[in-house]
Write a protein that binds this ligand. Structure first.
Ligand SMILES: NC(=O)c1ccc[n+]([C@@H]2O[C@H](COP(=O)([O-])OP(=O)(O)OC[C@H]3O[C@@H](n4cnc5c(N)ncnc54)[C@H](O)[C@@H]3O)[C@@H](O)[C@H]2O)c1
Length: 670
């Protein structure tokens, strides 16, 4: 193991003075799919010239042919030989060389996103979702870490899509880092534009928490997925019969989707999740997140039926294509209660979706060698999938889109998925039916924190503090949010026992503005008094009340015609930046795909100081109420309730509230 001093030296070195030896391509690592060749010869020259910008001229003749090889073999220049030999992980904060403790906390968060135990394709600097990048190449990593190690609280580091543009003078209250990912001129925001800009080394897809250093492993998603499955179950359970024994069918055991069987078990239902990639299925099985793996489709269904009879939660991974599972379900006329899909359709042509009829390996080969034929097969597969789903919904199944662009891509494939009005989809998204009206409109969202001591004891202390705060708030919470409060208190009480930590000592807890502010203040007090040994980083998923404008997901329950605007996400990140965020980020893409969403987030370091208290109170209030205001202006009932309540608590906040026109009055005009 490397010593602390050697680690510090290597971080401070940045780009090494002596060229490291070329790196072997390690076969046992989960690598990113080979990206298609999209550049012309002239563009390839430009990509290589761009990559060489990071290195002294004396290295160029050796690196140029290697970069050409990477570009032509993998579709990108990752600069594998510069990958550090030390383990990249969320070490305790004192390991990171620093002049600014805020910058050290950011180094910890960057490291967590690239940890082998956390990242999906660590050698390609991809954290999750197949293409969610922290950096485009290893030179960017090395230079960024060096900048963070050397910067002071009077400087701000500027990151352009993984590229560290530099350090600029600023001030103590300014963000230490400002991140933009994938921001392009709107007319150049098609998936192939991303392929091209990324291959040129000038832009990247940051997903949500990948490019903003806020990913905390799968627990982030387990909580949200539990809330979704639990509330979907409540929707389909009639006459208070309970949700035990209900059957949930879905697909995907990848980065986020892998949370589904675990969440289904926590919610108490029986589930089958189809997964085509044996490595992904085995990883979840070894982790204990799925109870069994079955590769025969009939046996998978029979097993589910058995567990349903016993009314006991049980999760089955069907190792095969989701289309085969849906078609078999329809053929056998199985009564399915809830259905969804979590293949990565935000990225349909490059490994996000595997068409039925091809093996996993055949698909991987075809998407690189014959992308046109591959696209056709994906379209056919989606049409078959929808046909089977339509049969099952006709038999009473509740189906929802899981924010992965499933309905969007199915409609583009020509599948029978449009509602009678030709505008909407036949099925709701989980945000339209569940997350939006039950959580986001009231300000509840995926608040999270990371203990920078990296000590489990500190995490336990924060869990207890958060639980006490929520229990206190629940005593006087209005009826409208009491179910939420109960679910969240149960979650935090059981969080430790559910063993959800992978990577940094982190916790997610859905909370509203009041909860977030009170919990953060209590953490800051505990750091001051020494009950928590080191600073705590606050943050959230971008998939939240205010952070994301995404018409097919986060803002799909906005019905005033504004769901294709992105003012909220942009206002949010600007507002966070001058109210005390330690770092901020704004991304194109994330979740549903490049060009389909603008999303942003923040990180905030609490160090027990009075400045931290001032910043947390000011920024968290805005970070939640911005979105509630917009949702209220869109006439969402829960949000109107929530913003009126917030204005009573904060009289200096004066929000424009809608007057509701009588529908009949409008109807009579035409
Ligand atoms: N979990 C959430 O709360 C959440 C929320 C919003 C959106 N999403 C979306 O869900 C999608 C999945 O995310 P991820 O991080 O798990 O991606 P991922 O790429 O890691 O996992 C997707 C998995 O689906 C499998 N797959 C693809 N096609 C298949 C098929 N036809 N049959 C069976 N398996 C197939 C892949 O092998 C892969 O393991 C993304 O589009 C993401 O944006 C998830």
């Amino acid at each position: 193991m490397i010593s602390k001093e050697d680690f510090k030296k290597l971080v401070l070195q940045g780009i090494p003075d002596v060229l490291p030896s070329p790196a072997a391509y390690e076969k046992n690592i989960n690598h990113a799919p080979i990206r298609k060749q999209i550049l012309s010869v002239e563009e390839k020259k430009l990509a290589i010239k761009n990559a060489l910008r990071y290195f002294p001229v004396k290295f160029h003749s050796e690196l140029a042919p290697e970069f050409k090889y990477e570009l032509e073999t993998y579709g990108r220049i990752y600069m594998y030989r510069f990958r550090p030999q030390y383990e990249i992980t969320a070490r305790d904060i004192t390991w990171f060389p620093h002049k600014s403790i805020q910058a050290a906390a950011i180094m910890l968060m960057v490291s967590n996103n690239l940890d082998y135990a956390v990242a999906q394709h660590p050698h390609e600097l991809i954290t999750y979702g197949g293409n969610g990048a922290v950096f485009q190449n290893w030179a960017q990593y090395l230079i960024t870490m060096k900048y963070l190690a050397e910067m002071t609280d009077e400087q701000t580091l500027v990151m352009y899509s993984g590229h560290p543009m530099g350090l600029y003078p600023s001030h103590k209250d300014a963000p230490r880092v400002v991140v933009t990912n994938g921001m392009v001129i709107p007319n150049y925001s098609k998936p192939d534009d991303w392929e091209k800009f990324n291959a040129l080394g000038v832009s990247q897809y940051g997903q949500m928490t990948a490019g903003s250093y806020m990913y905390i492993g799968p627990q982030g998603i387990v909580h949200g997925t539990t809330i979704t499955v639990l509330n979907a179950g409540r929707k389909v359970s009639k006459n208070n019969e309970g949700i035990e024994g209900k059957l949930f069918i879905t697909s995907g055991l990848g980065g986020m989707s892998g949370a589904q069987p675990k969440a289904a078990n926590i919610a108490g239902v029986v589930s089958i999740t189809a997964e085509i990639n044996p490595k992904a299925a085995n990883k979840r099985y070894e982790q204990g997140w799925v109870d069994e793996i079955v590769s025969d489709v009939d046996k998978a269904i029979d097993s589910a039926l058995e567990w349903q009879k016993k009314k006991q939660a049980h999760s089955i991974a069907y190792l095969g294509n989701i289309v085969d599972l849906w078609e078999k379900m329809a053929e056998r006329k199985i009564k399915v209660d809830m259905g969804s899909d979590q293949t990565s359709l935000h990225n349909p042509w490059a490994g996000g979706y595997y068409p039925v009829g091809l093996s996993y390996e055949e698909s991987n080969e075809m998407m690189a060698k014959n992308p046109a034929q591959f696209k056709e097969l994906v379209h056919k597969s989606l049409c078959r999938q929808i046909a089977a789903i339509n049969t099952l919904t006709a038999n009473g199944m509740y189906f929802f889109d899981y924010g992965n662009a499933f309905l969007l891509e199915s409609s583009r494939a020509g599948a029978d998925v449009m509602a009678a009005n030709g505008i909407d989809f036949k099925y709701p998204s989980y945000v339209q039916d569940i997350m939006g009206p039950m959580c986001f409109d009231y300000g509840f969202g995926p608040f999270r924190w990371v203990c920078t001591s990296s000590k489990p004891e500190d995490l336990e202390t924060t869990d207890n503090i958060a639980m006490n705060v929520l229990e206190e708030i629940a005593k006087t919470a209005p009826e409208e949010i009491s179910q939420q409060m109960r679910d969240n208190i149960k979650w935090i009480r059981e969080a430790k026992a559910n063993k959800l930590v992978v990577g940094s000592q982190a916790r997610i807890l859905y909370a509203d503005a009041e909860g977030r502010i009170k919990i953060a203040k209590a953490f800051n007090d505990a750091i001051k008094s020494g009950k928590i040994s080191q600073p705590v980083v606050l943050g959230r998923d971008h998939h939240d009340v205010s952070g994301t404008d995404s018409p097919f997901r986060e803002t799909s329950n906005i019905y005033d015609g504004s769901k294709f605007t992105a003012d909220m996400a942009i206002q949010n990140v600007i507002g966070d930046s001058f109210r005390g965020a330690t770092w901020i980020s704004i991304h194109n893409g994330g979740g549903v795909g490049w060009g389909e969403v603008i999303n942003g987030g923040f990180g905030m370091v609490l160090d027990g100081s009075a400045e931290s208290e001032r910043r947390l109170k000011m920024m968290l209030l805005w970070d939640v109420n911005n979105g509630i205001s917009r949702r209220s202006w869109a006439r969402n009932e829960g949000a109107v309730f929530a913003i009126k309540r917030a204005m009573m608590a904060y009289p200096e906040m004066r929000v424009t509230v809608p007057e509701i026109a009588d529908d009949k009055l409008i109807e009579n005009l035409f």
